[in-house]
Design a protein around this ligand. Structure first.
Ligand code: GLU
Length: 446
């Protein structure tokens, strides 16, 4: 079997289309099939190289691969052949409406409470009318002539789906500039490249009905294809997740310190009957994958849930894995192992590093200097095999009579130069004896 993920390079990969891509990939790996990455880039005006490059980068960041790669812009000659055949068979007809005229027609239908089905004006144009349009400088776009045959398929997610042919609207297959639209290009590719399973969002259900007729018209066998239409995921307010939803692009999530396995764990399970939980390896996600577990209802994307999974994965992340994702070459394994349980996001590690190892020169308040001197004297000598905080703070309490805020605040100030921050016990464990001493001595310098 073979699946494909077919993004148009008109925006960055975001949680919505990344989920579709991931589910295709999981389907292929679970069933020992092949995964084709295909760029649907026939819309030359909107396609951009930077988005195609970003796609490869983001896919690699996720740790996912593909078995085949194809670009629709490389196959234009092939689409042209098929278009000629369709024209010869009378399945394509020229239309001359402007976008404004089409918009108006749609509106008239909708106002009359009817579905916006194209009225096939193009099919009935007289020679004179065509000549008049051409003389005006209009160029035709071309529509596919659908039949009234019903279209049925057994959807892996939605179950049996039925469309009446007469309720479908003849789709535009060729733009005014002569370029083929995705609808035809995709059908030709899916046939030529031996795709067997088409897994995509439910916004493509009506496309499937049209494309099944198109497959037949170009000489393919609709029975060779299995379809699965996934329910969409919506934003937390129920709004659609569009490509323009910038903050949910993979690039943003990566910048925000989300780990690939956290995103994969979440996107593989949202909208399924499985519990949403962290998965630590791709293999475990592949093994637990089952397309029949996907529900038909829309699910809401929850950033909080993603962050929680991310946190859990970070807490168990090995040093070797961590340094692949954190740009902090000075960080050693010991630091990572101590700090990881305190991180909410990967980026927090930079704050901890700055506080513990950064170039901080704290100064104690004048009235606290004697207290800090006592603290230095009572500091347990190294090497610290275990965290000395409990012994040290007990001694300090006894000797100075201080407790609570009056004990912690001056120490925190002297160690970090800040009023607030992570627990002192954890901090001194991360700093180690040498740095703790240095900071305390610096803090009491006159
Ligand atoms: N390029 C199409 C899109 O991004 C692909 C849809 C499909 O999977 O057929 O919507």
């Amino acid at each position: 079997m073979k699946v494909r993920f077919a993004p148009s390079p008109t925006g960055y990969l975001h949680v919505g289309n990344c989920r579709t891509a991931l589910i295709n990939w999981l389907y292929a790996r679970h069933n020992k099939g092949r995964f084709l990455m295909r760029l649907d880039d026939t819309d030359l005006e909107r396609s951009e190289k930077k988005y195609a490059e970003a796609l490869s980068e983001d896919w690699a960041w996720l740790g996912l691969d593909f078995d085949e790669f194809e670009k629709q812009s490389n196959r234009l000659h092939r689409y042209e052949e098929v278009i000629q055949k369709l024209k010869k068979d009378g399945r394509l007809y020229a239309c001359y409406e402007t976008p404004e005229e089409l918009k108006y027609k749609r509106k008239v239908c909708l106002n009359a409470g009817k579905p916006p089905i194209y009225d096939r004006e193009g099919l009935n144009l007289t020679e004179e009318k065509i000549n008049a349009y051409e003389a005006e400088g209009r160029k035709p776009h071309w529509r596919f002539l659908l039949t009234n045959d019903a279209v049925d398929w057994d959807d892996l997610v939605r179950g049996p789906v039925h469309f009446d042919g007469e309720k479908l609207s003849d789709p535009i297959l060729i733009r005014e500039d002569g370029s083929p639209v995705y609808t035809i290009a995709s059908v030709v590719d899916d046939i030529d490249l031996d795709v067997t399973h088409i897994i995509r969002g439910e916004d493509h259900v009506a496309n499937t009905a049209i494309q099944l007729q198109l497959i037949k018209a170009v000489g393919g066998d609709p029975k060779k294809f299995t379809f699965a239409h996934l329910a969409l995921i919506a934003g937390s307010e129920g709004e659609g997740l569009s490509k323009r939803f910038g903050s949910l692009s993979l690039r943003e999530l990566r910048k925000d310190g989300i780990l690939p396995m956290a995103l994969i764990s979440y996107l593989a399970k949202i909208g399924t009957s499985d519990a949403i939980q962290p998965y630590y390896t791709l293999d475990s996600v592949v093994t637990s994958f089952d397309i029949h577990k996907f529900a038909r209802a829309t699910s809401k994307f929850s950033m909080d849930q993603l962050l929680l999974i991310n946190k859990k994965i970070i807490h168990g992340l090995s040093y070797e894995a961590a340094i692949e994702h954190i740009d902090l070459p000075e960080m050693d394994a010991e630091f990572w192992q101590t700090v990881r349980a305190n991180l909410d996001s990967l980026n927090d590690v930079h704050n901890w590093w700055n506080i513990c190892r950064g170039d901080v020169k704290p100064v104690a308040l004048k009235e606290d200097k004697d207290f800090i001197k006592q603290a230095i004297e009572l500091l347990p000598n190294g090497p610290w095999t275990e965290n000395p905080w409990d012994t040290w703070s007990d001694k300090l309490k006894k000797e100075t009579g201080r407790k609570g805020k009056t004990l912690f605040k001056p120490l925190r100030q002297a160690l970090t130069g800040q009023e607030h921050g992570p627990e002192l016990k954890i901090l001194i464990g991360l700093m180690g004896l040498k740095i703790v001493k240095e900071r305390l001595y610096t803090a009491i310098e006159e």
